[in-house]
Design a protein around this ligand. Sequence first.
Ligand SMILES: [Cu+2]
Length: 282
Amino acid sequence: MPVFSRLMTYVLTAAGLLASAGAAFAGVGQPSPWELGLQDAASPVMADVIAFHNFLLWVITAITAFVLVLLLVIIIRFNARANPTPSRTTHNSLLEVIWTIVPVIILVTIAVPSFRLLFLQLDEPKPDLTVKATGKQWYWSYNYPDNGNFEFDSLIVTDKDLKPGQPRLLTVDNELVVPVNKIVHVLVTGADVIHSFAVPSFGIKIDAVPGRINDTWFKATSEGLFHGQCSELCGKDHAFMPITVRVVNDAEFAKWVEAEKKNAGLENAPPTAMAAAGAPAH
Ligand SMILES: [Cu+2]
C-alpha cells in the first residue's frame, strides 16, 4: 500500500506540473517536447478549436467527477454490511425528470458552440487568394491559380541536410508561401492515393482525394513558419511528406510571386489580384 500511495503521489505531482506548464509546452507551428495540449493557434479557427476543446475538458471532468462521487457514495453507504436491509423503492418521478432534463441541457450547452465552430470552419469567407495543394506519393505540389498559375514541388529535407533550428521530418525545400492576415482558400486533391492536408496551428485538416477537389480556408494571424504533415496513411513514405507554410507580409509575398513566375517562365502573365494589389497597398 505505501508503494502504491507513493506512486500515486509521483503521478499526481507530474500531472500537476505538466498541466500547469501545458501552455509553455505548446509550440506554435510545430510540436514541442512534452507538449500536452494542442499546438498554439495562428488562425481564428484554431483559436476557437482550442477554446472549444478546453470547454469540453471542463464539462467531461465535471461529469466524470460527479459519477465517481455517486459510485463512492453507493459503495460506502449501501454495501451489504452498512445497509443490511435494502430499500424497495423503485420509482421517483422528480429524480427521473431531473436526470432526463439535466443531460439535455448539458448537450444543448455543448451543441451551441460546436455548431458555431462548424459554421466558422465550413462557411468560407470570400478569399483573398487561392492555392491548390496536390498530394503525391510522397510529396506535395503547390499551385497558385490566381497568381500566374505557377506550380512547384515541395519535398522533405532529409536529416543530413537540415540546418540548425530546422525541425526534423517537418522541413521542406520549397514552402507554401502565403501573405499574413489574408483569407487563403485551399483547394486540395490527390494525384495517386488519398493523402490529407493538415496544419495544426491553422486548425485545418482535409483529405486529398484523387479525382475530387476538397477545399478549406485559413487566415494566418502571424508571420513565420507553420508545419504540418500528411495525415492520411498513404504508403511507405507517408511519414516523410511534411507541409511547411511560410507566412510573410504582402510586399514579401508579391516579391516572392514575381520570382516564382520568373522561375516558371511566366513573367508576362497578367498580374493578378494579390500580386497587383499586394505590394503598393501596404
Ligand atoms: Cu500522404
